[in-house]
Every structure is written in C-alpha cells, then in structure tokens.
Design a protein around this ligand. Structure first.
Ligand code: APR
Ligand code: PHB
Length: 392
C-alpha cells in the first residue's frame, strides 16, 4: 500500500488530522489497532476549548456537537466551604467552553471518515516506523494476522501514550520529561441530572473532587484517591458519601445521587517528548505529551497539534514550502509546555498532598483565595482554561 500521509492511531488526533487533510486534498490512510466498537466506547474527557470546536466545525464534524454540546460560561472553585465563580466571558473578552464527550467526537469523526474516506483500517496494528529520515518512510503493520507495509511521504504517530511511533526516534535525538503525581482519580458516570449548571472543582477536607457532566441527564464525577486504589473497594454509597463531603458548603446545595453506570481509576502524569518531529515522522497528541486531567487540556492539545500539522502539510502541497512543517515541533511545544504548566498548577493547587504538612496546606489555600479575591489572578486562570491563542 502507498499513501501521502500514513497516520498511526484512530483516536481524536488521528481521526481529525485525516479529516483536515482530506479537506486540503491530501490523501492519507489511518491505521487503528483496536476494533471500532472499542474505540467508540472508551470513556475520556469532555471539555472543549473554542479552538477545538472551530476545528471540528471547519471539517464538517460538528452537527451533533452544535445540537447537543453544552456551552459553559464559567466554572466554580469550591473551598473553605464556599463557592467562587470564575466568569469566563467577563474575564477573557467573551470566551466560553463547550461540554461534549470525547467519545461522541470520536463517533462523529469515524462516521464521516467511513462515509467520505480516506481509508480508516480498524484492527490494523502498526509494528514499527522504518526509515523516518528518508524521503519514503514505511509503516509495518499487521491486519488479520497478515503483515503488510504502508509506504508514505510522511508518517504521523497519533498512537497515544502507549504507541510505537516514539520508538523510531533515535535515543540521542530524544529528550523526555515526566512527573508522576502521588494520587489518582476515581471517575464515575451516573444516570442522574447534574447537581450544578457549571463544573465544580472542589478542594474538600480529604482532597479533590470534580463535578462534571455529559448531558442534562448524565453526570460525570471524580474523586482524588491514593495511587493503587482498586475501584471495587469503593461501593456506590461510599462514593456518594465521599463526594457529598468534599462538595459540602455552608449554605443551600445538595448533591443528587443516582445509579452509577461506570467506575474507573486513572493515575495522574505529566509527560513531554521532545522534539515532536524526526525526519518525516511527526508525533501528535498523547503520543508526544500527557497532562493530568485537572485542566482538561489533553484533547485540546491533541487538536491544536493536528491543526498546526495539517496547515504545514497543506502549505507544502500548495506552495512546495516546508517552512511551517519545519517549525511544527517548536510551535506545538510552546503550547504544550504552557498547558503542562497550567495542568500542574491546577492539580497541585486542588489536591491534598499525601505527605504534605500544614505549610503545604496553607500555600494551597492562599493560591485559591488569591484567585477568588483578585480579578487579575482569576483572569489568568480563565485565559488558560478557555485556551491560549494558537500561534500559527
Ligand atoms: N497501531 C495502531 N493504532 C494504535 C497503536 C498501534 N501500534 N497504538 C495505539 N493505537 C491507537 C489506540 O488504540 C488509540 O485509538 O492510537 C489511538 C490513540 O488515541 P488516544 O489515546 O485517544 O490519543 P489521541 O488521539 O492523542 O487523543 C488525545 O486527549 O483527553 C485526552 O488522553 C486523552 O485520548 C485522549 C487524548
Ligand atoms: C470531564 O468531563 O471528564 C472532565 C472535565 C473537566 C476536567 C476533567 C475532566 O478538568
């Protein structure tokens, strides 16, 4: 097989890149190791920056998002048993965010791709990227027990945090930076209308809790738990009791309970791989960087990577210039490090530090109180949360 751009991975990064390239008249093939049903069921984040929504609209993948997405104009920080609203439009000159589940984006992109091309091959696992330094890199992959090759002009590794694309970077040309946090998130989906209109980020007596949502009838909630926690040790009543305690305020507010339909534990990690390009091999999304979910930046970063890359490949096709492609790694990493910083700050400000002392506790409260008291501090949070401008 031969194509212009070989894309490894059919998550949001790979699928959106394929749509953007298709729109620019560039042919590509997407290889996805898992079956379609698995990819469409995977539970992930759900907060979209305006730039992410714009990119999905630009490639015709936003019909359902526009009909069902929930526009949010702020978030609530909850600590000291009080609520503090961060008003995004007022603090950012009009910006908002949209709540729409990543699984739904993936379903919408897959449906478009299968209807209009280019090819998307499920159960096709990439084994290795060969000759990335040459003008004709090759992806070796296996489909139905049969090993095949895909010859390309360019290869893009959109294969997530456990992918194989990074392995094709020579060790001498790679730098990695990682930070593991001493806590995890226990996440649930529940068939109950959200108890709030906007997301609540709470710092309670025993640690962090987040109230998010998927739709007017489905709530998504998270609890900080110790690393190594087994979700089976958390019966439904225990989860609701702990959530209620962490969200408790002095005043009128009640957490509505309902049937829990899914439960899972996710560790928290920051990771950056530099550079994001080696020869004709590019990395995009989780293949190149991971952030803890506290700032909801993972999906949005993946989308900004592929927007930059699609633009570079389109410029190369239209004018022959590789100027933008040559700046891909530099342009993306600037935004990646800012999102890494923001996610780190949100995470360390809101989670109870397991081995922390009273000093750590007061530092966290001082940071939160500063945001509640100062318009400048709140505006800084709002600008990062709604998405920094993409420097293209
Ligand atoms: N060959 C083919 N496909 C592969 C291979 C491989 N060797 N290894 C992994 N994949 C596929 C995975 O099955 C998955 O569908 O690559 C895809 C990677 O998708 P994601 O992990 O979703 O990563 P990405 O597209 O970068 O999305 C960004 O934002 O909310 C965050 O972490 C969250 O998924 C999220 C991400
Ligand atoms: C989610 O809805 O899953 C979600 C929202 C905001 C976050 C993290 C996760 O910061």
């Amino acid at each position: 097989m031969r194509t212009t751009v070989g894309i490894i991975g059919g998550g949001p990064a790979g699928l959106l890149l394929a749509r953007l390239l298709h729109g620019a008249g560039i042919d590509c093939v997407v290889l996805e190791s898992r079956p379609r049903a698995y990819v469409e069921r995977r539970q992930r984040a759900g907060m979209l920056e305006q730039g992410t929504v714009d990119a999905l609209r630009a490639c015709g993948a936003a019909d359902r998002l526009d009909a069902e997405g929930l526009i949010h104009r702020g978030i609530e920080l909850r600590f000291d048993r009080e609520r503090h609203r961060i008003d995004f439009p007022a603090l950012t000159g009009g910006r908002t965010v949209t709540i729409y589940a990543q699984t739904e984006i993936v379903k919408d992109l897959i449906a478009l791709q299968l209807a209009a091309g280019p090819p998307l091959l499920f159960e096709s696992e990439a084994l290795a990227v060969e000759k990335p330094e040459s003008e004709a890199p090759v992806v070796r992959f296996v489909h139905e027990d049969c090993e095949q090759t895909l010859s390309c002009d360019y290869v893009v590794g959109c294969d997530g945090s456990h992918g194989i694309s990074r392995d094709a970077f020579p060790a001498a040309a790679s730098r990695t930076y990682a930070h593991d946090y001493p806590y995890s998130w226990l996440g649930i989906l529940a068939d109950v209308p959200p108890s709030c209109e906007e997301l609540i980020y709470a710092r309670g007596p025993a640690g962090f809790a987040l109230h998010s949502m998927r739709s007017p009838s489905v709530s998504r909630l998270y609890l900080q738990v110790p690393n190594g926690t087994d979700a089976d040790d958390w019966p439904d009543e225990r989860i609701w009791d702990e959530l209620a305690a962490r969200f408790a305020i002095d005043g009128d507010w009640r957490l509505e309970r309902g049937p829990i339909t899914s439960k899972s534990v996710t560790p928290m990690r920051s990771y950056v791989h530099e550079p994001m390009r080696h020869g004709r091999l590019f990395l995009a999304g989780d293949a190149a960087h991971i952030v803890p979910p506290t700032g909801a930046k993972g999906l949005n970063l993946a989308v900004s990577d592929v927007r930059v890359l699609a633009r570079g490949l389109a410029e190369r096709r239209r004018t022959g210039s590789t100027q933008l492609l040559d700046r891909y790694s530099e342009v993306c990493l600037e935004r990646v490090w800012q999102a890494t910083r923001f996610s780190y700050e949100m995470t360390t400000m809101l989670h109870a530090q397991p081995d922390g002392d009273a000093f750590d506790h007061w530092m966290q409260l001082a940071r939160l109180r500063r945001i509640a008291a100062s318009r400048t501090a709140a505006a800084e949070l709002a600008a990062n949360y709604t998405g920094l401008p993409l420097a293209l």
